[in-house]
Every structure is written in structure tokens, then in C-alpha cells.
Write a protein that binds this ligand. Structure first.
Ligand code: NAP
Length: 310
């Protein structure tokens, strides 16, 4: 199977390369090989490589900055999947578009199912929602939504909190973290497994259609998948666990005290959903992947960070 990967240097892109299944020929692209804001280049890459799948892990992910760079965010997050979908329609390839819990507004107060209507709150969520629509115009495309992604490399909440725990514990100050936004952290290594399974690249060979039946194009399994680690957490809970498990993993001498904040205490340019848990029940069945609780996944991520790193 030939796979064209975007976002090679991103968190997910890195994990996907680290878990490359046997039999996959990977064309891994980063910004310097394929600029996702250039629709013609995206189309050309498909026509040139003729992949079985495009795995679009690259994205404009700066949620707050997107509020003032809407055009660029839209070009990358919606223009690129549209160009991929159009070119793949010509070559007969398929598309896995990675998306986000931020396509929902968080107001319903219970986990979101894959088939629920989208109501993004900010520019980033709106561009990712437009990317989903563009991708799904291709009959063989799939969308995989995830949430609160972090791993042992890249820019993410976990690595930031490890640094802040160390600094605040040393200065004796508390670490203040928002406690009224609830979702679920997702480790890049579990997400990468779900992506490979979603395109049928790993040893299991694809989705079980027992859970959701075939789509209108006759492709096995659901077209929209949800994948996050199991359980639920606020950013505050996640920060506390990073401190506790960071000490246990030998990455921190001591954890700082963590002080809960409200969203109103910590205003950001982009509004975020207050409750964006993804209901992964049918997707986990379709993917035949057992969920790992987010604390266990966190322990696994921390074990992959060299002790000098934070
Ligand atoms: N991070 C999260 O919490 C989160 C939550 C839910 C869903 N997601 C989704 O999960 C997927 C993977 O996210 P991630 O956390 O791995 O993101 P990430 O670490 O920010 O990586 C995104 C990658 O896309 C690349 N990129 C950005 N603009 C580009 C452009 N114009 N041309 C080519 N490459 C470009 C970035 O390259 P540069 O480093 O050069 O900018 C980066 O390597 C994305 O679809 C994201 O929307 C993420």
C-alpha cells in the first residue's frame, strides 16, 4: 500500500512514522516538500505519486492565531483536503482526513457521536469542519476526529506542563490551569494506531463492518470515526496527572501545586468548547481497537521522554 503522508514533522506525523506498518510504502512530506496552502501543489503530489491513500496529518493547528489568520488557516485546513479529494477522484485513491473535537460547540453536555451536526465556535474549528466536508466529497474518504493530542515530541500541553511543574515547584508558586473545560487527552501513539487501522494498513487489514455497515461507495465501515483515549478530564485534571506521573517517571523531582482556574479567569482569542468529549463507542468497535485510559496512555508517553528533556 502506498501512502502519502502530510505533516511529517508534526506530533501525529512523527508517531505515524514511528509505527509504520509492514508493507506500507510511505511518502512522508513536510512543509518543505508539500506546502498545504498551495492547492495546485497538493493536486500535483497526488497525480505524481498516485497513492492508495493520502493521510492528511498536516494542519494549521494554532487555535488562537487562527482567529487573525483565517484565510491561511482555511487554505491549509480546507483547501488542501479539497485538492486531495479532487485529485484522488481522478487517480482512484482514498483520503484519511484527521479532524478535531473543536468542530463541536461543547454545549450539549454529553459525548458527541460521529453523526452529530457540526457547530464550531472559532476559526480553527470552522476551517477543520470545512476540511471534513471537502474530504467527504470523495466517496472513498474517511474523517477521523480526535482530541487534545499530545506526545513525547512537538509542542503540546504535556511538555509545557512538565516544564512549568519544574519551574513552579522550584519557585514555590502554584501552577494555574483551567478546570471548566472537559475533554479527553489523546496520546499520539494510540492515535497513530487508529489511523493505520482506519486505512487498513496494519496487520488487522481494515475496519470491521459489523459496527456500522458499509458506506454508500461500498467501502467497509463508517466514514466518520472518533478516536480519543478513554475517560474524561479537565485541563486541570490533566495537569495534576502530568505532575504526579512525571514524578513517578523520574522526569520531575517534585510536582507543583495546581490551582484550578475558570475559563473567564484565562481569556484567549479563540473560544473553546467547554465539553468536547467524543463518543468513540462505534468507532472503537469498527476499528477493533481496545481503548486505553488517558492516565495509562500518559504514563506510556512519559516513559518515552528522555529524563533530560523537560
Ligand atoms: N494538537 C491537538 O490537540 C489536536 C486536537 C484535535 C485534532 N488535531 C488534529 O490532528 C492532526 C495532527 O495534529 P498535530 O497535533 O500532529 O499537529 P502539529 O503537531 O501542529 O503538526 C501539524 C503539522 O502540519 C504542518 N503544517 C502546517 N502548515 C503547513 C503547510 N502550510 N504546509 C505543510 N505543512 C504544514 C506543520 O508544519 P510546521 O511545523 O512547519 O508548521 C506540522 O508539522 C491535525 O489535523 C489536527 O487538526 C490536533
Amino acid at each position: 500500500m502506498k501512502v502519502l503522508l502530510t505533516g511529517r514533522e508534526g506530533q501525529l506525523g512523527t508517531a505515524l512514522q514511528a509505527s509504520l506498518p509492514e508493507g506500507v510504502t510511505l511518502i512522508a512530506t513536510g512543509r518543505s516538500e508539500l506546502n498545504l496552502s498551495d492547492a495546485a501543489a497538493c493536486r500535483q503530489a497526488v497525480l505524481e505519486h498516485r497513492p492508495d491513500w493520502v493521510l492528511n496529518a498536516g494542519a494549521y493547528t494554532a487555535v488562537d492565531r487562527a482567529e487573525s489568520e483565517a484565510e491561511l488557516a482555511m487554505a491549509i485546513n480546507a483547501g488542501a483536503p479539497q485538492a486531495f479529494a479532487e485529485a484522488l477522484a481522478e487517480t482512484g485513491g482514498r483520503l484519511l482526513q484527521v479532524s478535531t473535537d473543536f468542530v463541536f460547540n461543547g454545549a450539549q453536555g454529553s459525548p458527541y457521536r460521529p453523526d452529530q451536526p457540526l457547530q464550531p465556535l472559532g476559526v480553527y474549528g470552522a476551517t477543520k469542519a470545512a476540511g471534513e466536508t471537502a474530504a467527504l466529497a470523495l466517496p472513498g474518504a474517511r474523517v477521523l476526529r480526535t482530541s487534545w493530542v499530545y506526545g513525547p515530541v512537538g509542542k503540546n500541553f504535556c511538555l509545557t506542563m512538565l516544564r512549568l511543574h519544574a519551574a513552579k515547584a522550584a519557585s514555590g508558586e502554584p501552577l494555574s490551569v483551567v478546570a471548566d473545560q472537559v475533554g479527553c487527552p489523546t496520546a499520539t501513539h494510540t492515535l497513530a494506531s487508529a489511523c493505520w487501522r482506519a486505512i487498513g494498513a496494519d496487520a488487522a487489514g481494515g475496519l470491521s463492518n459489523a459496527a456500522a455497515g458499509n458506506d454508500t461507495a461500498g467501502n467497509e465501515g463508517p466514514r466518520i470515526l472518533h478516536w480519543s483515549d478513554a475517560g474524561a478530564a479537565s485541563w486541570y485534571d490533566f495537569a495534576v496527572a502530568i505532575g504526579e506521573l512525571g514524578v513517578a517517571a523520574g522526569l520531575l523531582e517534585r510536582a507543583a501545586a495546581v490551582k484550578p482556574l475558570t475559563t473567564a479567569d484565562y481569556p484567549t482569542p479563540a473560544e473553546r468548547p467547554s465539553y468536547s468529549l467524543l463518543d468513540c463507542t462505534t468507532s472503537r468497535q469498527a476499528l477493533s481497537l481496545a481503548p486505553l485510559h488517558w492516565r495509562s496512555a500518559l504514563a506510556e508517553v512519559l516513559a518515552r521522554i528522555p529524563a533530560a528533556d523537560p
